[in-house]
Design a protein around this ligand. Sequence first.
Ligand SMILES: [Zn+2]
Length: 66
Amino acid sequence: MAFHRCPDCGVTMEVTTVRSSDGFSLRIDTGKRDSLLGKLGVGGTASVDAICCPECGLVRFYADLE
Ligand SMILES: [Zn+2]
């Protein structure tokens, strides 16, 4: 993943894993299940990566579109 800085603190944000309490990784609905390219796979969902700011706790999500 690319290098990220917190927009509020300017410190480097750390990659983390976001899961539900029962251990499933989170996915987002891409809304593109009818895509002709089929790039996003069956069901139109994508996994997400998260980065967290160690200073203020801001968390950002990035969809894994590959
Ligand atoms: Zn921050």
